[in-house]
Design a protein around this ligand. Structure first.
Ligand code: NAD
Length: 444
């Protein structure tokens, strides 16, 4: 793990550093808005008891944070993990605000989490936690106020329980749009399960087509390493594999496996289903999660937890391109090192935006009680992700060729003339939210 003394990994501090770096590339920002844009609108903290299968009672803590609702209801996943903190949820809610603004969908940013270890809880205990958490959140979630979705260690089943609980508490209404990422048979969208992983693929494909890495202009033949083999990591692996890339290493919470000849992701999924992990797969070399991150490859895809690329290992990264499938996998210190080393990084705010994009499609379908077919969903998703990539790339290029100069208006900050894609993507999003805030007019 990173040396905590040397690097401040507090999620709020990290997200504020990202914001401050990006603001240098915002065309105009009314100074008084900066504080408003940095702070969450509302934080809910709930504590509730659950009776476990053995008859004992345990108390759980959960969070739901709405960062900003200028563009519409809050939108963001709910994660179940023993290390969830309020600070992490605040930082992730903020990231959702920028992500929704960047892909131009009418939602604000939100996020939630419950401190729990799903690996030691039974299905009925998880159902009780989900129902109780949902009822504790009460009317702070809703189809037009705040709409949850899956995230780490939550899935379609969790979303079905959230929908059911909310529906019981609000009879007689069309409650399907209260949550996205539902099972397809219960109003979920075709393609939502695969959306984040497929979006990771579309974003990478479009990025490579810009020829910044002259020897790798398509994914065909690219040697790929993926940290995390859950929903996002495994679906991304399948998309890259289908398009001719070679998946040389993957990992899960137990460790990683490497095979120079490459893996068929379906073979990995079958082994994981049987054994509970990919570690131990025949004809592979076992690696730690840190070794996975430092492997020599063309494209490195962190698809698990935050802060995996940090000040201690950023100089050892041996990839030409990093695609952030996970949220916040790279610390600001690592960001600066990677930029200095000329390693391109496609940030989370673009790379994993496929999930929230198809969540929006699900919400639209639910409003009209319709279900689009898979082809329609994927075509619309690809178009949106390509558009975001093109918007970010053309603004980035403007700074690189010197047509546009960074703003020097923020006190105490210096700006590099070679911004990262994160800075540019965030600057577009911040600008849109700031402009909309002023257009609506500061109330009263
Ligand atoms: P998931 O629960 O389906 O999978 C998580 C994976 O990470 C599992 O394979 C797990 O074994 C692995 N993992 C856990 N701890 C690890 C560790 N210490 N080292 C390496 N691997 C570890 O979760 P997911 O939905 O695939 O989410 C993964 C990431 O993608 C998260 O950062 C999440 O916020 C982000 N994300 C998810 C979505 C979505 O639609 N699910 C959307 C946007 C962003």
């Amino acid at each position: 793990m990173p040396d905590l003394e040397a690097e401040n990994l507090d999620p709020i501090t990290c997200s504020e550093q990202q914001f401050d770096n990006a603001v240098l590339y915002v065309k105009e920002l009314k100074r008084g808005l900066i504080d408003f844009l940095k702070k969450p609108k509302r934080i809910s903290i709930v504590n509730f008891p659950i009776e476990l299968d053995d008859g004992s009672v345990r108390s759980f803590q959960g969070y739901r944070v709405i960062h900003n609702r200028v563009f519409g209801p809050g939108k963001g996943g709910i994660r179940y993990h023993p290390d969830v903190t309020m600070e992490e949820v605040v930082a992730l809610a903020k990231l959702m605000t920028w992500k929704c603004a960047l892909v131009n969908i009418p939602f604000g940013g939100a996020k939630g989490g419950v401190v729990c270890n799903t690996k030691v809880l039974s299905e009925s205990e998880l159902r009780h936690i989900t129902r109780r958490f949902t009822s504790e959140l009460s009317d702070s979630i809703g189809p037009y106020t705040d709409i949850p979705a899956p995230d780490l260690y939550t899935d379609e089943q969790t979303m079905a329980w959230i929908f059911d609980t909310y529906d019981v508490l609000h009879p007689g209404e069309n409650n399907r749009p209260v949550v996205t990422g539902k099972p397809v048979d219960m109003g979920g969208s075709y393609g939502r399960h695969e959306a984040t992983g497929n979006g990771v693929y579309y974003a990478t494909e479009r990025f490579l087509s810009k020829a910044l890495i002259p020897e790798q202009q398509t994914v065909a033949g690219a040697r790929i390493v993926i940290q995390g083999f859950g929903n996002v990591g495994s679906i991304a692996a399948q998309a890259f594999f289908r398009n001719g890339a070679k998946i040389i290493a993957v990992s899960d919470s137990k460790g990683g496996v490497y095979r120079e000849g490459g893996f068929d992701p379906d073979e990995l999924l079958a082994f994981k289903k049987e054994q509970g992990t990919i570690v131990g797969m025949p004809d592979t070399m076992t690696l730690t999660n840190q070794e996975i991150i430092e492997l020599e490859c063309d494209i490195l895809i962190p698809a698990a937890l935050s802060n995996q690329i940090h000040g201690d290992n950023a100089r050892k990264i041996n990839a030409k391109l990093i695609i952030e499938a996970a949220n916040n996998p790279t610390t600001p210190k690592a960001d600066a090192i990677l930029t200095e080393r000329g390693i391109y990084l496609l940030p989370d705010v673009i790379a994993n935006a496929g999930g929230v994009t198809v969540s929006y499609f699900e919400w639209v379908q639910n409003q009209a009680n319709q279900q689009w077919d898979l082809e329609e969903v994927n075509t619309r998703l690809q178009k949106r992700i390509y558009k975001v990539m093109d918007d970010v790339f053309s603004r980035w290029q403007g700074f690189i060729v010197g047509e546009v100069q960074p703003s020097a208006s923020q006190p105490g900050q210096t700006s590099s003339t070679k911004p990262s894609f994160r800075c540019i993507a965030l600057s577009i999003a911040i600008e849109r939210v700031a402009r909309a805030t002023l257009m609506r007019g500061i109330w009263p």
